[in-house]
Design a protein around this ligand. Structure first.
Ligand code: FEO
Ligand code: CA
Ligand code: CA
Ligand code: CA
Length: 599
């Protein structure tokens, strides 16, 4: 037998029980280490983290807030050495500054927050006999923040929709914000999705057409509690109505050149990007899958016109870094084939339910020669790129239960979608359930499995998991014995281990226990077997999972977070314990004595 190609192998560990402990809980026989925390030095000359005397200059040289996505890239020729690339999704000022009040936010607090966003690239040294990772200072180390210069590529680059009073060219922007999930490209760069960018922009555009377009993205709330508009008019929509159009993109970062300018790829559309994960077809076409994480939003894919060039030299990387600016952007329409709608009020899911077909509806053909074509009536190419949600509305896409990570399985090519939850499904004035989103007021989410004709426009699908308490009638684990699975709620990030098992991290567990990381067997008699590998501390979400033969790495984001959490009453003191303030961190877990994960 070939263990590397045998799903099911790699999930042999004792499941961690649901709990509400303020620590990372791992299976017996495993060890863990915090790799890097908010505020830890990224450069040798970074000041030591001082919670009570933080400065923007210090934060710009330190690990950012709220670690979310993580990538671990081996450094060629350096045994056990890696680049760790991590995104910093957002800041929670009441947990960063004592006595913080949005009404009296200071310029220093604003600048610290900007510097705590973005991404970190840091060299880490691994070890031959464990999964441990030790951060170090090297030539690749880099902080990208809310003020780093970033370029645009694709159909909207240079268009009026991206021009502002400080950038009359519409080709460059300061910073990246709300970097959520991401992906590693086969050519060694890192992609990062800008998700809830609307929360940084206050005020309303005076032009009603512009205001209506902004509204589709939640931009234009008059009172945004960050009040960044007080310090830079680019965050004031009334004064700079196009600045918000310069966020909500997928970024590509070349971590192998610390002086490189990252780019935002407008051919990939503008929405609340969660993740960006690639499947390469036999002929070298790149197919990128992306979710738009909001209730009733859509699933997208991009099919490249260019083919991938093999090798990891600088010339191949330069060519490959142009791939994501030429191709076709599609949005998904889903059709159920179950005879009845499953409304969660009585019908028990069965093997016969939750399957159907789907279509990829073309929105935009992006070309490098300036001849990009809109495939949606009444919108030009730049408009489709910038207002992709409006184009997808016109095309008739299917409204999903918050599409988070979308991940192609490197072993089988099947594509998995984490649909995290949807509190509004079926409420008055909102769409009701359909077969792929089968529950009203969906609290626990589901996992969709797509068999895609990657470069084509048709697919079939099935629900792998309908998450929740296995004892509840409205849950489904691909027909596996529900008495033998771990409860799972609110799937968010997805990853695969070396054997082809799916791993799921969760955010927002609605089952009154902490969030966690789960393995799911996909093939064979144990298909649907779901086991909790770890749980994270109080108030935290689990994200950025990486599952390697000898280590599991997760980001523990927003420990202690709640609607009312401040520095006075932290509900978590992780990772430093005692009466310390919580700090989002990266954690690595390995098997004692250097054993293989799950074996
Ligand atoms: Fe940033 Fe959709 O999670
Ligand atoms: Ca997420
Ligand atoms: Ca992923
Ligand atoms: Ca989430």
């Amino acid at each position: 037998t070939d263990p590397a190609g045998s799903p099911g192998i790699g999930t042999d560990f004792t499941a961690v029980a649901p709990n509400t402990r303020d620590e990372v809980m791992i299976p017996d026989g495993y060890e863990q280490q915090v790799v890097i925390r908010w505020g830890d030095s990224v450069f040798a000359d970074a000041p030591a983290f001082d919670f009570d005397n933080q400065t923007a200059a210090a934060q710009a040289k330190q690990f950012g807030f709220n670690a979310d996505y993580a990538a671990l890239l081996p450094i060629e020729g350096a045994p056990h050495k890696y680049l760790l690339v991590v995104s910093h999704e957002y800041t929670t000022e009441p947990m960063m500054f004592r006595g913080f009040s949005p009404d009296s936010v200071t310029r220093e607090q604003y600048e610290i927050a900007l510097a705590a966003h973005g991404l970190t690239v840091i060299e880490v040294q691994g070890h031959a006999d464990s999964g441990k990772l030790t951060p170090g200072f090297g030539k690749y180390n880099r902080r990208i923040t809310g003020t780093t210069e970033i370029g645009f590529t694709g159909p909207a680059a240079g268009s009026d929709l991206l021009k502002t009073s400080v950038d009359a060219t519409g080709t460059k922007v300061l910073g990246t914000l709300n970097n959520c999930g991401g992906g590693v490209t086969p050519w060694g760069t890192v992609l990062s999705g800008e998700e809830n960018f609307n929360g940084y922009f206050a005020g309303e555009a005076t032009d009603p057409t512009i205001a209506a377009r902004h509204k589709r993205y939640g931009v234009g709330k008059v009172d945004i509690p960050r009040h960044w508009e007080r310090f830079d008019k680019r965050f004031d929509v009334a004064q700079e109505p196009s600045e918000a159009n310069r966020f909500g993109w997928t970024l590509e970062i070349d971590p192998w050149d610390a002086s490189s300018t990252p780019v935002k790829h407008t051919a990939l559309g503008r929405f609340k990007h969660e993740s960006a994960e690639i499947h390469v077809t036999d002929d070298g076409t790149v197919v990128l899958y992306m979710g738009d994480d909001e209730r009733f939003e859509y699933m997208y894919k991009f099919v490249s016109s260019k083919k991938i060039q093999s090798g990891n030299g600088a010339a191949a990387r330069r060519h490959n870094m142009t791939i994501l600016s030429e191709g076709t952007l599609y949005v998904a329409k889903i059709t159920g084939d179950h005879p009845t709608q499953i409304d969660g009020t009585g019908e028990v899911p069965s093997d016969k339910g939750f399957t159907g077909t789907g279509q990829w509806l073309p929105l935009l053909e992006a070309r490098a020669d300036g001849q990009s074509k809109s495939l949606v009536e009444g919108m030009n190419a730049a408009e489709v790129a910038v207002f992709t949600r409006l184009a997808a509305d016109k095309a008739g896409a299917t409204k999903m239960d918050r599409p988070e990570d979308i991940q192609p399985n490197p072993k089988t090519g099947k594509v998995y979608v984490a649909l995290t939850n949807n509190s509004n499904r079926g409420k008055e004035g909102y769409a009701g359930p359909d077969e792929a989103n089968p529950r009203n007021q969906n609290k626990n989410g589901q996992i969709l499995e797509i068999t895609d004709d990657h470069t084509g426009t048709s697919f079939t699908w099935t629900l792998l998991l309908v998450c929740g308490d296995p004892a509840a009638a409205d849950t489904y684990f691909a027909g596996f014995d529900k008495s033998k699975v771990s409860p799972i709620s609110c799937p968010d990030n997805l990853a695969f281990d070396p054997y082809g098992n799916l791993w799921i991290s969760t955010d927002g567990n609605a089952l009154k226990s902490n969030d966690g990381l789960f393995s799911v067997v996909l093939d064979g008699p144990n298909r649907g077997e779901t086991k909790q590998f770890l749980t994270v501390p109080i108030g935290a979400e689990t994200c950025g999972p990486i599952i390697e033969e000898n280590r599991v790495l997760v980001c523990v984001q927003h420990p202690g977070e709640s609607d009312t959490a401040t520095t006075d009453n932290p509900t978590s003191h992780w990772p430093d314990g005692g009466s310390t303030q919580p700090r989002a961190s990266v954690v690595v877990v390995w098997k004692k004595n250097g054993g293989r994960i799950g074996r």
